[in-house]
Design a protein around this ligand. Structure first.
Ligand SMILES: Cc1cc2nc3c(=O)[nH]c(=O)nc-3n(C[C@H](O)[C@H](O)[C@H](O)COP(=O)(O)OP(=O)(O)OC[C@H]3O[C@@H](n4cnc5c(N)ncnc54)[C@H](O)[C@@H]3O)c2cc1C
Ligand code: FES
Length: 321
C-alpha cells in the first residue's frame, strides 16, 4: 500500500487525517463573478500546501480589516457562523501572479444565495478575509482504481477541479459528468467536447467543461430542460447512459457531489453495478471542527457521524441517505 502525501490521494478512508488547521487572515488575489456564481482566490500558503481534494475552508463574515465590516455588537447569529466552502483548486502564485508551481493560493467557487455569499461576492481583490482550514476529510483513491467518474449536480462540481488534477497526476483516467436544470444554471461555460463520450457512435453530449477538458478529462453535460447538443435529463440519467456503454467496469470508482436526492440515486446506481462510490455531503454547519454537534449524518450501522470531521466525504455504502 502506498503512503499518502499531501500531493497524492490516500488509498483508504483510514489514511485520511485532520491536518493542523490554519486560522488567520488571507487576502483575495483574484475574483471572477459571472451569472449567479463567484470564484474567489485567496493567497494562503498554509492552506494551499496542506489541503486535500474534498476538504473545505471556513470563511468568516466579520469583515476584519474591510470597510464593509458588520458592526460586531449587532452581529446576528446567521453572520457569526462561518460559511463552509470546498477547496476548488490550488493555485500557484509568484508575486501575486499565477505562474510558479509553488502552491500558495486556493480558490473557492460558490453560488450567491443568502447573506454570507452575497457579502463575499461583493468583496474585491486585496481585501483580507478571516479563514480557517483545511477542514474535514476528503476523497481517497482505492487501490486498483483505473477509472474515476466524477458526477456533479450543479455547484456540486466545486471540489472536482482539485480532485481531477490529483487523479490525472496519479495516472487515473478521469471522466466528469455535470448536470443542471438549465444552461444558465451551469457553474462553468460549456465548450465543445474534444473527445465526447459516445453511445452507439454518437456523443452523449457535444458539450463539455473547459476547466476539465483542458487537463485531459473527458466531460459531458446533462440539462433537465433539453437544449440542442446536451444530454437531455438529469446527471444520474447521464451516468446511467454512460454505464450502459461500458463493457468493463472493473477498477471504476464513482465520486459524487450535489443535492442529497441526486446523491441518493447515484449511490443506488453505483451499488446496482457493484461500484465503489464516495459522496461529499453539504450539511448545515456551525463550528466546522467537531465541537457543536450541529452536522449529524445518519449511518446504516445506527447512530450518526459528523459531517465536518468524519466527512464531508463518506463511503456512500455506509450512509443512510
Ligand atoms: C462541507 C461543505 C462544503 C461546501 N462547499 C460549497 C461550495 O464549494 N460552493 C458553494 O456554493 N456552496 C458550498 N457549500 C454550501 C455553502 O456553505 C452555503 O451555500 C453557504 O453557507 C450559504 O451561505 P449564505 O449566508 O449565503 O446563505 P444563508 O441561507 O443566508 O445561510 C444561513 C446559514 O445556513 C447555512 N447554509 C445555508 N445553505 C447551506 C448549504 N447548502 N449547506 C450548508 N450550510 C448552508 C449557512 O452556512 C449559514 O450558517 C458547502 C457546504 C458544506 C457543508
Ligand atoms: S459543524 Fe460543529 S460539529 Fe460539525
Amino acid at each position: 500500500m502506498s503512503q499518502a502525501t499531501t500531493k497524492t490521494l490516500p488509498n483508504s478512508p483510514d489514511q485520511r487525517f485532520l491536518p493542523p488547521v490554519f486560522s488567520g487572515v488571507a487576502k483575495i488575489v483574484a475574483k471572477e463573478r459571472y451569472r449567479n456564481f463567484c470564484r474567489l482566490t485567496f493567497r494562503c500558503p498554509e492552506i494551499a500546501a496542506k489541503a486535500q481534494p474534498g476538504q473545505f475552508v471556513n470563511l468568516y463574515l466579520d469583515g476584519l480589516g474591510t470597510e464593509t465590516s458588520f458592526e460586531r455588537s449587532s452581529l446576528p447569529m446567521a453572520v457569526i457562523l462561518p460559511r463552509p466552502f470546498s477547496v476548488a483548486k490550488i493555485v500557484p502564485l509568484k508575486k501575486g501572479v499565477i505562474q510558479s508551481d509553488d502552491p500558495q493560493a486556493f480558490s473557492v467557487l460558490f453560488d450567491i444565495r443568502g447573506t454570507g455569499t452575497n457579502w463575499l461576492a461583493q468583496l474585491t481583490t486585496d481585501v483580507p478575509v478571516r479563514v480557517s482550514g483545511p477542514l474535514g476529510k476528503g476523497f481517497w483513491l482505492p487501490e486498483g482504481t483505473k477509472t474515476a467518474v466524477l458526477v456533479a449536480g450543479g455547484l456540486g462540481i466545486a471540489p472536482f477541479p482539485f480532485l481531477a488534477e490529483r487523479l490525472k497526476a496519479q495516472g487515473v483516467e478521469t471522466i466528469l459528468l455535470l448536470g443542471a436544470k438549465t444552461k444558465d444554471k451551469l457553474p462553468f461555460d460549456p465548450v465543445r467536447a474534444e473527445f465526447p463520450l459516445l453511445r452507439n457512435g454518437k456523443p452523449l453530449s457535444y458539450w463539455g467543461v473547459d476547466e476539465f477538458e483542458s487537463i485531459g478529462v473527458r466531460s459531458a453535460i446533462a440539462l433537465e430542460e433539453p437544449e440542442d447538443g446536451f444530454f437531455a435529463g438529469t446527471v444520474t440519467q447521464l451516468f446511467e447512459a454512460w454505464l450502459s456503454t461500458q463493457k468493463e467496469l472493473d477498477g471504476t470508482a464513482v465520486y459524487g457531489c450535489g443535492p442529497t436526492q441526486m446523491l441518493k440515486v447515484l449511490t443506488q446506481l453505483a451499488q446496482s453495478y457493484g461500484l465503489h462510490c464516495q459522496v461529499s455531503l453539504e450539511e448545515r454547519m456551525g463550528c466546522g471542527i467537531g465541537i457543536c454537534f450541529g452536522c449529524p449524518i445518519p449511518v446504516k450501522s445506527g447512530g450518526y457521524r459528523l459531517c465536518c470531521t468524519d466527512g464531508p466525504v463518506f463511503d456512500a455504502s455506509e450512509l443512510a441517505l
